[in-house]
Design a binder for this molecule. Structure first.
Ligand SMILES: NC(=O)c1ccc[n+]([C@@H]2O[C@H](COP(=O)([O-])OP(=O)(O)OC[C@H]3O[C@@H](n4cnc5c(N)ncnc54)[C@H](O)[C@@H]3O)[C@@H](O)[C@H]2O)c1
Length: 272
C-alpha cells in the first residue's frame, strides 16, 4: 500500500512513523503547509518522500497512492478531501469537524459514491463509538458528551472569545459550553472533533448534546459519552494523555488512525 499523509503535526508524525514500519506499506508521501515540518519528518523515514501541496504535484501523487490521510485542519479537509475523492482515492479524515457543514459532507459522500472511493473516520480520541454504532441500528433517545480539558487544551477557541472567557484566569472547573454538537464543533473547531464523530454515528449534530468543562486542575483530556436507547444504556469515559506537540490533541487520536490503517490492511475485522 502507498499512503499520502497531509499534515505532519502531532497526529501525522506519529502516524507516519507507525505506518513506515508496517511491511505492507511500500511508500509514504507526506505534505504539510510547513515544508520544514514535512522535510524534517521525511529525513527520518527511509520509505517517505516529501510532496509540495501544489495541485499539480498532488494530482500526480494521487495517481500513485491507495490512501490519503488528512491530519491537518478543517481548512485542509475542505481543500483536500473532495480533491482526493475526485481522483478515486480513499481518504481518512481526522479533522472530522469539517463534516459539520452539511453541504460539504453531502458533497464528499456523493463524490465517494461517484468515484467508488471510501471515506474513513477513525474513532479518534473517544471510546464507545463501537457501542454507539451498534446502538444506532435501533432507536436512540439520548446522546450526551461531556468533555473536560485544561486551559491549554481549549485556549484560542472562538467559542471562548464569544463568551468573554479567559481560560487562564479560571481558578476552578467551569462549564464553558453547553449546547448542540453542531455549535460545539463550530465554536471549538480544534478541540471537539469527537463531537462530530459521535454525531455522524448516532443521532446527528442537533440532537447530540455537548458540555465542555475547562478544568485548571485537569492533566488529561477526558470525554464521557452517555447513550440511551432501545439497547439499554452506555457510559464510556476516556482519560486521554495529551500530545506533547499539541495539548489540544490526545495521543489516542493518532493511535486510532494507526489502528484504522491496520484494519484496512488486514482481513480480519474484530469489533464493530
Ligand atoms: N478525530 C479526532 O478525534 C481528533 C483528535 C485530535 C485532533 N483532531 C484533528 O486532527 C487534525 C490534526 O491534529 P494535530 O493535533 O495533528 O494538529 P497539529 O496542529 O499538531 O498538526 C497539524 C499539521 O497540519 C499542518 N497543516 C495545517 N493546515 C494545513 C493545510 N491547509 N495544508 C497543509 N498542512 C496543513 C500544520 O502545519 C501542522 O503541521 C486537527 O484538525 C485536529 O483538530 C482530530
Amino acid at each position: 500500500m502507498r499512503i499520502l499523509i497531509i499534515g505532519c503535526g502531532s497526529i501525522g508524525s506519529v502516524l507516519a512513523k507507525a505506518v513506515h514500519d508496517m511491511p505492507e506499506v511500500d511508500k509514504l508521501y507526506v505534505t504539510d503547509m510547513s515544508a520544514d515540518y514535512a522535510r524534517h519528518l521525511v529525513d527520518s523515514l527511509e520509505k517517505a518522500e516529501y510532496v509540495s501541496g501544489k495541485s499539480e504535484q498532488l494530482c500526480k501523487t494521487l495517481t500513485e497512492v491507495d490512501l490519503a490521510v488528512e491530519a491537518a485542519s478543517q481548512e485542509a479537509a475542505a481543500r483536500y478531501v473532495p480533491f482526493v475523492l475526485e481522483n478515486g482515492v480513499d481518504v481518512m479524515v481526522m479533522s472530522v469537524g469539517a463534516f459539520t457543514d452539511d453541504q460539504f459532507r453531502e458533497r464528499c459522500f456523493t463524490l465517494a459514491k461517484k468515484h467508488r472511493s471510501r471515506i474513513y473516520v477513525p474513532s479518534g480520541a473517544i471510546c464507545g463509538t463501537d457501542g454507539l454504532r451498534a446502538a444506532a441500528s435501533a432507536g436512540i433517545s439520548e446522546v450526551h458528551l461531556t468533555t473536560r480539558k485544561g486551559p491549554k487544551g481549549l485556549r484560542g477557541a472562538p467559542g471562548l472569545a464569544m463568551r468573554g472567557i479567559d481560560v487562564d484566569s479560571l481558578t476552578e472547573a467551569t462549564v464553558v459550553f453547553e449546547g448542540s454538537a453542531r455549535d460545539a464543533t463550530v465554536q471549538f473547531p480544534k478541540n471537539l472533533n469527537v463531537a462530530a464523530t459521535i454525531s455522524l454515528l448516532g443521532v446527528g449534530f442537533e440532537q447530540t448534546r455537548v458540555t465542555i468543562i475547562c478544568d485548571p486542575a485537569a492533566e488529561r483530556n477526558s470525554h464521557t459519552l452517555t447513550v440511551k436507547g432501545d439497547f439499554g444504556e452506555l457510559r464510556s469515559e476516556t482519560q486521554n494523555v495529551p500530545s506533547p506537540i499539541n495539548p489540544a490533541t490526545s495521543y489516542l487520536a493518532a493511535l486510532s488512525a494507526i489502528a484504522a490503517i491496520r484494519r484496512i490492511l488486514g482481513n480480519v475485522w474484530i469489533g464493530v
